[in-house]
Every structure is written in structure tokens, then in C-alpha cells.
Design a protein around this ligand. Structure first.
Ligand code: 6PG
Length: 250
């Protein structure tokens, strides 16, 4: 893939603003080139203000939402109205506030049996990106990801088999913390086929792990966030100064 870019923003608000501008730029370019913009959203707390920013009056008209197709990088195995649902977060922060047709939003069925839900979502993605063995030639225009303080991304956890998946695009993934729960996650097979993969990371609590991941300190190869590597696409890390505070040369 192309070189990795690391962008450090002075504070969280600057990061949020830059991330929203980044989504707008990629959306406009994709719609101009192919008439459609496909994005996989991240869950967790970090992206929420970015989604809210995109729905604000100054931003909402800059993306042709009728041309956007919304997917999810992962989901917790809970119903769509549950407080831990990534779909619920995205709906509240963004999807209910922008003029996007319901048919353009492809959520993961967190309420279903995990294996069943993973297979169903893989069929949804294959209908969009081509039903091929292994990785598609090209998947999303943009995959947004976060990083957990253990180095996980999406619901790809350190040591879990999902990270080594060579064939499936979507798998169930069981986690132990903060409480035992099933999740559904995209695998690197489909993530690494994206045209752009962008991590959003903020806050001092992520600083040590971020340095570990970005500077390849010992054992980094075990960390899913360090192993995401777009085959042809652009890899970007957008971080705030607090998260960047442990990087060398800062
Ligand atoms: C999720 C995720 C997950 C998240 C990281 C960071 O569903 O929780 O998609 O991978 O991005 O855990 O989460 P925070 O942004 O809440 O720190």
C-alpha cells in the first residue's frame, strides 16, 4: 500500500473538524468519480462528535447523502436500540439528522445469532463489492477505525483468530472485557481492500499504545491496529496532541 500518513491535531476539536473535512473530501471525490460513496463507520466514543459535525448545518449540504451507502466496521451483539449498539450511536449522531434514504444504510444485525449475522452481513458486502474468493479488488471508499487501549480495532482483538482470517470478510468475535459479549467484525480481508482507511484516536489514555503501534515497538505485530495495511489504498492516522504525547520526536 501507499505510505502511512500521521496527522497530529492540536486538540480534540481540531481533530473532529479535520476528520469531518476528510470524510467530506473523500465523499465528494467518490461521488464525482463513480456516483456513489461507500463508508464503513467505526463505533466507540471517538467518532461520535465527527458524525455530529457532519450533520451540522454547515456540513450537511456538502455531501450528497442520497449517494452515500453506509456500512459498519463492527457491531456489538445487542438489538439496534440498545445503548451499546454502534448502529444506534451512528443513527443518533448522524443518520437521523441527514437526508439519507433508509435503504442506503446497511447495519449489522446485532440482535441475531452471531454466526448467522456475520454471514448475512458478508452477503450484503459481497453484493456491493463483488462475490469473489478472498479479498475484493476494491471495497469501501473509506473505512473509519478507532483504536482500543489494548491495540484492538473494529472488533479485531489481540490474539483472536479473526485477525488471521484469509477468506471470510465478516466474522463473529467474542470479547471478555468490560464484560463477556459477542461482537461481529469486518476482517482485514475486506478492510485492507478499501481505497482509504483512517484511524481516529484521541486522548491521553491512548498515548502509550499509540506509540507502541505507530513506532512498531516490540510486540506491535500482535496488535490488530498495527496490522491494518491497505493493499492499494491510503492509510491515515488522525490523532490529537494528547494521544500523540508519547511519540518520539514530539
Ligand atoms: C467499537 C469499536 C472499537 C472502537 C475502539 C475505540 O465498537 O467499540 O468499533 O474498535 O473503535 O474500541 O473506542 P473509543 O473510541 O470508545 O475509545
Amino acid at each position: 500500500g501507499a505510505a502511512r500518513e500521521v496527522e497530529i491535531h492540536p486538540d480534540r476539536d481540531a481533530l473532529v473538524h479535520a476528520a469531518a473535512e476528510h470524510v467530506v473530501a473523500l465523499a465528494r471525490a467518490a461521488v464525482a468519480a463513480r456516483g456513489v460513496f461507500t463508508i464503513a463507520l467505526a463505533g466507540g466514543a471517538t467518532p461520535r462528535p465527527v458524525y455530529e459535525r457532519l450533520a451540522q448545518p454547515s456540513f450537511v449540504g456538502r455531501i450528497d447523502w442520497s449517494r452515500a451507502r453506509i456500512f459498519f466496521g463492527d457491531e456489538r451483539c445487542v438489538p439496534p436500540d440498545h445503548p451499546e449498539s454502534n448502529y444506534r450511536m451512528a443513527r443518533e449522531a448522524l443518520l437521523d439528522r441527514v437526508p439519507i434514504p433508509a435503504a442506503n444504510v446497511h447495519r449489522i444485525a446485532g440482535e441475531d445469532e452471531p454466526e448467522h449475522a456475520a454471514r448475512a452481513y458478508e452477503r450484503t458486502l459481497r453484493a456491493c463489492f463483488g462475490d469473489v474468493e478472498g479479498p475484493p479488488a476494491r471495497s469501501f471508499d473509506l473505512v473509519l477505525l478507532g483504536m482500543g487501549d489494548d491495540g484492538h480495532t473494529a472488533s479485531l482483538f489481540p490474539g483472536a483468530p479473526a485477525m488471521n482470517e484469509a477468506r471470510r470478510w465478516v466474522v463473529p468475535s467474542e470479547i471478555a472485557r468490560p464484560h463477556p459479549m459477542w461482537r461481529i467484525t469486518l476482517t482485514p480481508v475486506v478492510i485492507d481492500a478499501a481505497a482509504a482507511v483512517t484511524f481516529l484516536v484521541d486522548g491521553a489514555s491512548k498515548a502509550e499504545r499509540l506509540a507502541h503501534v505507530l513506532e512498531g515497538r516490540d510486540g506491535a505485530e500482535r496488535l490488530p491496529a498495527a496490522r491494518i495495511a491497505p493493499t492499494h489504498g491510503a492509510l491515515r492516522w488522525m490523532i490529537d496532541a494528547e494521544a500523540a504525547s508519547q511519540l518520539r520526536g514530539r
